[in-house]
Ligand binder design. Structure first.
Ligand code: ADE
Length: 409
């Protein structure tokens, strides 16, 4: 099995150069992570096993960990999200990378196992595949981190049903992650994926967002900003009401199916866009997914009941009952399949939380083998670092004000 994509030498050199340039570009926009380099030194000699989208931003994190003295092995967290130039450039820089774009599910799993074969002290995961597999193999790491909503849900289920073999920090649940990465990161990068893939005009389109969590909110907000008429579908009454009062139309998916031009899922659950929904859709609609796994759109229904009439630029067009349905990025994460994922300014915060969490797990404290929330101080450190990097000053409570907040009279 190759570790990264195999290429002829001249093509490889070209890609390595491109990868290096893109990593530098991202690095210049990730000042908080950069500022942590010195204090990360405590992780010297540790083996880190990471399962993350192999992007230029992830590369900046991997190189920061390596420059702090850790050994790093990385596999992708999705078969379609790896940026091959970045993967090659990382290998040139001494990182063990097991990932290439478009790998089969089987190779993807082998790559996860290859990372675990390095016997990591820390697992750093995005989606839960690495952690769940580590538990199947009985690997007792010192600790682990989890980057995304779906992964945290899986780790919490694993913890309550079987127990954890080591402590895991849910990076996703830190304010400095979900408030920015999930909302503004996915909001922008999902629209970016749709536009790079389709080059359609968003103004005037009916844009259906399934799920109004932080990701759905970000996408709905940005789609509205581009002039789309946004419809939200939800199962949670509180989130549905919030979407309504945020000014979006709220309705059941089967009704929205008849009206939408563009559909995007951000729920974390399966078959949100079902065969029944597809059968009601207009001609020439677009289906995309922003959730971690490719389960939200019932792709099998399209394959089994439709005729594939075109495949171009990461988009498959199926003909169903004489109507065209355009599936973006095979129903996988549209922001990474058709674009470059979240911008570096956002990943700066998410990955600064990751780096500080690794340091926390390695601080020598006795930690319980459970899901350990990221401490508030750590969140605030990242926020202060980002504010400083953006040149923003804020106020401080006076002694009188602090005292007032602690009194009940
Ligand atoms: N998830 C979403 N965008 C990402 C990016 N740019 N790098 C790593 N993981 C991501």
């Amino acid at each position: 099995m190759p570790q990264v994509v195999e290429l002829k030498d001249d093509k490889k050199e070209e890609l390595i150069k491109l990868g290096r340039e893109r990593i530098d570009w991202a690095g210049e926009r990730m000042p908080v992570l950069f500022s942590l380099r010195e204090e990360l030194k405590g992780i010297e000699g540790m083996q880190i096993g990471a399962c993350l989208h192999v992007t230029k931003e992830t590369a900046v994190l991997m190189l920061a960990l390596k420059s702090a003295g850790a050994r790093v092995a990385l596999c992708g967290s999705n078969p379609l999200s790896t940026q091959d130039d970045v993967a090659l450039a990382l290998v040139e820089n001494g990182i063990d990378v097991y990932a290439w774009r478009g790998q089969s599910e089987e190779d993807y799993r082998k790559c996860v196992d290859a990372v675990l074969g390095k016997k990591p002290d820390i697992t750093m995961d995005d989606g839960g595949d690495l952690t769940v597999r580590a538990h199947e193999l009985g690997i007792r790491a010192r600790g682990g981190t989890e980057e995304t909503t779906t992964g945290v849900i899986r780790i919490k289920a694993l913890s309550s049903q079987k127990g954890l073999l080591y402590p895991i920090m849910p990076v996703n649940d830190a304010y400095m992650k979900y408030l920015f990465d999930n909302r503004y990161g996915t909001g922008q990068s999902s629209i970016d994926g749709i536009l790079r893939g389709t080059s359609i005009l968003l103004a005037g389109k009916r844009f259906v967002v399934c799920g109004y969590g932080w990701v759905g909110r970000g996408i709905a907000m940005r789609a509205r900003g581009m002039g789309s008429h946004v419809i939200v579908t939800e199962v949670d009454p509180i989130k549905a009401l919030e979407a309504h009062m945020d000014g979006f139309e709220v309705m059941p998916i089967l009704k929205a199916a008849e009206m939408g031009d563009i559909f995007i899922t951000a729920t974390g659950d399966k078959n949100v866009i079902s065969g029944e929904g597809m059968e009601r859709m207009k001609d020439n609609v677009f289906l995309a997914n922003s959730g971690h796994f490719n389960v939200e759109v019932d792709v099998r229904h399209l394959i089994e009941n439709g005729e594939l009439v075109r495949k171009r630029n990461g988009i498959e067009t199926y003909l169903i009952n004489g109507r065209r349905i355009n599936l973006l990025g095979e129903g996988r994460l549209v922001n990474l399949a058709l674009a470059e994922g979240h911008p570096p300014e956002v990943m700066d915060m998410s990955f600064a939380v990751q780096a500080l969490s690794v340091q926390y797990l390695n601080s020598g404290k006795k930690l319980e083998k459970k899901v350990l929330p990221v401490p508030r101080e750590l969140d605030e450190r990242v926020a202060r670092g980002k504010l400083a990097a953006e040149g923003i000053e804020i106020d401080k409570l006076t002694e009188e004000q602090s005292k007032y907040l602690k009194s009940f009279e």
